[in-house]
Write a protein that binds this ligand. Structure first.
Ligand SMILES: *Cc1c(COP(=O)(O)O)cnc(C)c1O
Length: 349
């Protein structure tokens, strides 16, 4: 099975060897307060900083999922009121769950064809935290994140389906969150949060420590190269080995964009399936997830044709459930994989 689902997706084939290695070396049984774990975590944080070009004063934490990270933002960082800007299902869910904690949290939904920077903002006087989605996996939009629009607010960004696949402007936000089963090509069960000094200062100021996963407790553990809870050590190990193996994120970024060009070109010139890019403006398309729109019967046909050939595409999601199909373009997807799928698509209709 070759999976182009936008997460969980194709796992890097090298991961199998690393999982075997972790087993053989007893990594799968180590305690998260042991010296071996501390050495593993220290090295993993260092290699992520180096390969992903993360600013030295930003800190990295492992959590259980992106969804948990939404909640950590709410519980550790939002002071009184957040503002959520979204154009798809994931941003909407984030706003919804934050509103369960802070009923006064504001949200603005904008058109999927519009850019984040074009959204008209309310007065930010009462807003202390802005929650944005860089990679809206449900419709394949990718937004440019820039602090300049949001005054002094803390900025938290969901980059779940782009982190590890494209370069992100780390300094333009205070919290970046993701999980490993999307762009990182690792089996599900681990999330990542990357925080600025400003985010930590906010957590200090609030000093809540009212949940086991408060950022302050996460930071106390990180300083000792430990984690606040028993983490998915196997995934941390696989992420470590893969990050050492893969090139710098700037190189991966160029590869991702080159592969997306192959897709855009294919769908532009191939009218047989009657599908076109859901997002009209190429600048607003996420380089890591392509959403195609078409007649629901054609959507069903393409999903089934691929499944019959043991290739899985992503179904539509949320508002776009019946009339879109999504194709992941993650670093684990090689140009060869893309040509395998293109060959099938050319011959089956
Ligand atoms: C998949 C996804 C999530 C949720 O990730 P989990 O690992 O299930 O917590 C959140 N946001 C976006 C944009 C996603 O694509």
């Amino acid at each position: 099975m070759l999976s182009f689902y936008p997460g969980p997706s194709k796992v890097h084939p090298e991961a199998l060897e690393f999982i075997q290695e972790a087993f053989d070396q007893g990594i799968v049984s180590i305690n998260h307060r042991s010296a071996r774990f501390e050495a593993l975590l220290k090295d993993t944080l260092e290699v992520l900083h180096a390969k992903w070009n993360i600013p030295a004063n930003y800190t990295i934490y492992f959590v259980s999922s992106a969804t948990e990270a939404w909640e950590i933002v709410a519980q550790s960082l939002i002071e009184k009121q957040s503002l959520h800007l979204y154009n798809g299902a994931f941003g909407k869910k984030w706003a919804h769950y934050t509103q369960q904690i802070y009923p006064q949290a504001q949200s603005i939904s904008f058109d999927a064809q519009a850019s984040l920077s074009s959204v008209e903002l309310p007065s930010l006087a009462e807003i202390d935290t802005i929650c944005l989605v860089q990679s809206e996996t449900s419709n394949g939009t990718g937004q440019t994140i820039s602090r300049s629009h949001y005054g002094e607010s803390l900025i938290a960004v969901d980059a779940t389906s782009s982190m590890g696949g494209i370069e992100l402007p780390w300094k333009e936000a205070d919290v970046w969150l993701a999980s490993v089963q999307k762009c990182m090509g690792i089996p599900a069960g681990l999330g990542i949060m990357i925080c600025s000094p400003k985010a930590l200062a906010r957590a200090e100021k609030l000093g809540r420590k009212s949940h086991y996963n408060d950022i302050l407790l996460m930071e106390e553990n990180r300083k000792r190269f430990q984690t606040h809870y028993t983490p998915n050590v196997l995934s941390i190990y696989v992420l470590n080995r893969l990050t050492h193996l893969l090139p710098n994120l700037s190189v991966i970024d160029a590869q991702t964009r080159k592969k997306m060009k192959i897709w855009e070109e294919f769908w532009h010139t191939n009218a047989n399936w009657g599908l076109q890019c859901l997002i009209e403006n190429p600048e607003l398309r996420l380089p890591t997830v392509l959403a195609l729109q078409g007649d629901p019967t054609q959507i069903q046909l393409i999903l089934q044709t691929c499944l019959a050939a043991d290739i899985e595409l992503g179904k539509g999601y949320g508002d776009w459930q019946s009339n879109t199909v999504r194709i992941a373009n993650f670093p684990s997807h090689t140009e060869n994989d893309i040509h395998t799928l293109i060959k099938l698509l050319k011959h089956e209709l």
